[in-house]
Structure formats: C-alpha cells, structure tokens
Design a protein around this ligand. Structure first.
Ligand code: FAD
Length: 460
C-alpha cells in the first residue's frame, strides 16, 4: 500500500529541506526521502564543515600573529585531527537541527534511495525494505550534486581525494596539490596552508577564482602567494599517478609531486537512478531543465538546487525550494533573479561578489563608472589589523544603477548583502550614498566605494 502525502521531496539538502518546510507552512503534508544524512552535502560535507575548518585556520592565524597585538604566545600547537573533530561536531549539530525542524513541521523522513516510478509516485529502497510514497500535489527532486574528476583520474579518497574525503580525513598531508582554483579549491588551500601543509593550486583557466572580477583574482593570487601557497594558472593536468611522496601530477607545464591530490574541478548533477527517464524528464547540459517555477518538463514534478543547474550554491537551492513549494501550493511565486545571487568564498581574506564584473558589464555594452575603496583606509579594518582588500562598485554611469559589487577583505561575505538588498530594491549609487553607515564599521568601505563611483569619496 502506498503512503499518501501532498508532496514528496527526494533529497534533504538546503533545497529539499527548505522546500519541505515551506510546503508544510502552506498546509501541505510532506514526506522527505534521504539516502545519506538530513541536511545534504551543504550541512554535512560542504558549506558548514568547511566553514568550521576555515574558522580553525583563522584562529590559528590570529594566535600565530598575536605578536602584532603585543600578545606573546609560545609553543603554539595545532592539532589537525581536533579541527576535523570540531568540524564534524558542527555538521552533526546542524544535521540534527534539520531533523528537529522536520519534527516541528510534521514532515515525515524516509531513509533510503528514492526514485520516481511514475510522475506521482516515489519508490524508496532502504534498510527497512521498499516503500511507495504517493504525491497528491507534486514531487520535488532535490538530489544535489557529486564531485567531478578529470578524465582518466579516479578519486580513491586516499591518494586523490575529493572535498568529501578532505572534510573527513583527520590526517593532513605534508604536501598537497589542489586541482581547481574555484571556491572549494581556494578554501581548502587556505585551511591546509594555515596548518602547515605545502600547498600548490593548479588552475586550467588564466586566473584563480575565474568567475570573479579580474582585480579580485589578481589580489587574491598575490595574498596567497605571500602566504607561501604556490598558484599555477593556465595549467592543464594530464595524469595523476602514484609516485614520489605519494602522487605525481603531469601537466602541460611539467611534473609536480605531493603526498596527496585534492580534486576540486567542480561538481556534476546527481541525476542517475532517480527515474528521470521513466517519466520523461528532460535534461539540459547535464542538469534537469526547469521552468521559472522550478517545474520540470513533466507536469507536477519539480527540480531544485544543484541538480537543476548553476550557480551550485546552497542559498540558490533554498530560494528555489521556496519557489517550488509555493508553485505546488497554487501560489504565483516571484521567479528567482539569478543575476542577483551573491557568490562567496570564505578563505582569508574573504571574497564576495554580486552582479556583473567590470569586464562583463563593459562586454554587455554598459558605460560604467567604477568606485574602489581599499580597506587600508578603513578605520575599523586598521583597528582589526585586517587591511588587505577592497570594495569595488561597478555602476551605470548615466543612471547610477549598481551593476556589480566585488569585495575582497574582512567579512566580505557579510558586507555584500547591503548590495544584494540594494539591487533587489533597484537602489542607485545615490541611494546608497544617502544611507548613513555606522562608524567605525567595515560596511563604511561599501559606502566609500559607492562615493568613489560618484567621484565623492571622502576618506581616500
Ligand atoms: P545537496 O546538498 O547535494 O543534497 C542532496 C541530498 O540528496 C544529499 O544528501 C544526497 O545524499 C541526497 N540524495 C541524492 N540522491 C538521492 C536519492 N535518489 N534518494 C534519496 N536521497 C538522495 N554553497 C554555498 O552556498 N556556500 C558555501 O560555503 C558552500 N561551500 C561548499 C563547500 C564544499 C566543499 C562543497 C562540496 C559545496 C559547497 N557549497 C557551498 C555548495 C552547496 O553545498 C550546494 O550548492 C548545496 O548543497 C546544494 O543543495 P541541494 O539541496 O541541491 O543538494
């Protein structure tokens, strides 16, 4: 006998769990299906455990540089296994939080692998056997993504690890080659380097964080270089083989050796084995094709999060979960503005951006004005001892429309939201200018960069 619900959600990452909760808020009965742990990649293996590790790296850096503050700290000993244990504890706590929210919202959780057997039924295969769930109003697919590798290089989680292995391994290699200088690669490079590993980052594209504004990549390269991290861009990896201290990486620029290799070349949608073919759901470039309501090519079946295409970010998945839930409940949700999703990298210093880079804005034919403010001129940043970086605002010269904002520096991932809200409200440079910013704050750098774009910066 099938168990009946209004909505069945497959996958409980940030897309799935948020979509399930929004469905419950709207009075729908909800079943969720999860083959791993509630919270998905984000809470268990991605966003949250990496942020815990990065915090450890930051604390270690502060302790090691305490001399700058006139504080003597001798015999600093950093235990990497303890950092991993703390990170696992943080992830466990957040995953338990999702289970709590499910109980609070009367959402059923089925452990096992879910697959569509028709457009209204999901079969769950788990340790307890096989069950069939029937969805009266809609199915939300939220199965996320998995790490990709390079052709011919297999991730064995020993010699060649993925981020999944990196957040679990309590031993840290003395040397590591990180392949891929996107957010994941740069964040792990930061952690390993802080703990003393010799880190080399390889990137096929001409610069690190290739999706960010060029000035951001240039500065971050300089700052990582200063920390002793080797960055090699425009380098194509051909093979990874056992040898030397562990692994030998052959590239078009020569041969490199390290104890371990971290594969951070991106992620691919998890679309296999979930019955997409059985009901005729269409894919587009490897991701499930969706309408602005998140409905797939099959009526009543929705897809959200990483499996539904980029950007592969947790907050984008959550926003899509809300849209799918509201569409199933018969509302008319506002489509997601994909051009206004912040992008954040939590390395030291942090990187955050929203909208168009200066180059993209110009490519789009916009006549731009650019304002830049360095944290060296921010009283708060100087007081904190964190002066690396800048805020850069790119705006339309004629109208003052804010086209893009690019931040490198302390708390960049928090400061960016001023511009996320601003852009949602279609704020212009003038409106940000007329907003009084508390002093002394890092956010004043956002105001000053805005003033600079208007030719009115005060503190530079
Ligand atoms: P996921 O979080 O991938 O969850 C999908 C869940 O569905 C998984 O638990 C999976 O096991 C389960 N599942 C899959 N198939 C089935 C099935 N057939 N039956 C039942 N269950 C199934 N994003 C950010 O925004 N900020 C960050 O700081 C950030 N850091 C990251 C760091 C790392 C190392 C990684 C790898 C990713 C990071 N991301 C970050 C990306 C973020 O984790 C993803 O964008 C986000 O998790 C996508 O959410 P989702 O709901 O689509 O799927």
């Amino acid at each position: 006998m099938a168990k009946k619900f209004d909505v069945v959600v497959v996958g409980t990452g940030p897309g799935g769990y948020v979509g399930a909760i929004r469905c419950a808020q709207l009075g729908l009965t909800v079943a969720t299906v999860e083959d791993d742990r509630p919270g998905g990649v984000c809470l268990n293996w991605g966003c949250i455990p990496t942020k815990a590790l990065l915090r450890n790296a930051e604390v270690l850096h502060l302790v090691e540089s305490a001399d700058r503050f006139g504080i003597k700290v001798d015999n600093v000993r950093a235990d990497y296994a303890e950092a991993i244990k703390r990170s696992r504890g943080v992830a466990d706590r957040m995953a338990k939080g999702v289970e709590f929210l499910f109980r609070k919202n009367k959402i059923a959780l089925f452990s096992g692998t879910g697959a569509l057997t028709s457009k209204t039924t999901v079969e769950v295969r788990g340790a307890a056997g096989t069950e069939t769930l029937e969805a009266g109003r809609g199915v939300i697919l939220a199965t996320g993504s998995q790490p990709k590798s390079l052709p011919g290089v297999s991730i064995d989680e020993k010699l060649v690890i993925s981020s999944n292995g990196a957040v679990r391994n309590e031993t840290r290699p003395a040397s590591i080659i990180v392949i891929g200088a996107g957010a994941v690669g740069m964040e792990f490079a930061d952690v390993y380097a802080a703990y003393g590993s010799q880190v080399t980052v390889l990137e096929a594209l001409p610069r690190v964080l290739p999706v960010e504004d060029e000035e951001v990549s240039t500065l971050l390269s300089r700052l990582f270089g200063r920390r002793g991290i080797t960055l090699k861009t425009g380098v194509k990896v051909s093979t990874v083989k056992p040898g030397g201290p562990g692994a030998v990486v052959e590239t078009d620029g020569g041969r490199l050796e390290a104890e371990q290799v971290l594969m951070a070349v991106g992620r691919g949608a998890r679309t296999a084995g979930i019955g997409l073919e059985a009901v005729g759901i269409q894919l587009e470039r490897g991701f499930v094709k969706v309408a602005p309501t998140m409905e797939t090519s099959v009526k009543g079946v929705y897809a959200i999060g990483d499996m539904a295409g980029g950007p592969l970010l947790a907050h984008k998945a959550m926003a899509e979960g809300v849209i799918a839930a509201e569409a199933i409940a018969g509302q008319h949700p506002r489509p997601l503005d994909y051009g206004n999703v912040p992008s954040c990298t939590y390395c030291r210093p942090q990187v955050a951006s929203i909208g168009l880079s200066e180059a993209k804005a110009k490519d789009n034919g916009r006549d731009v004005t650019v304002g830049k403010f360095p944290f060296t001129a921010s009283g708060k940043a100087v007081a904190l001892g964190e002066t690396d970086g800048f805020v850069k605002v790119v705006a339309d010269k004629a109208t003052g429309e804010i086209l893009g904002v690019h931040i490198v520096g302390p708390e960049a991932t928090e400061i960016i939201h001023e511009f996320a809200v601003g852009r949602t409200l279609e704020a212009t440079l003038e409106e940000i200018m007329h907003t009084v910013h508390a002093h002394p704050t890092l956010s004043e750098a956002a105001l000053e960069a805005t003033l600079a774009a208007l030719g009115q910066a005060i503190h530079i």
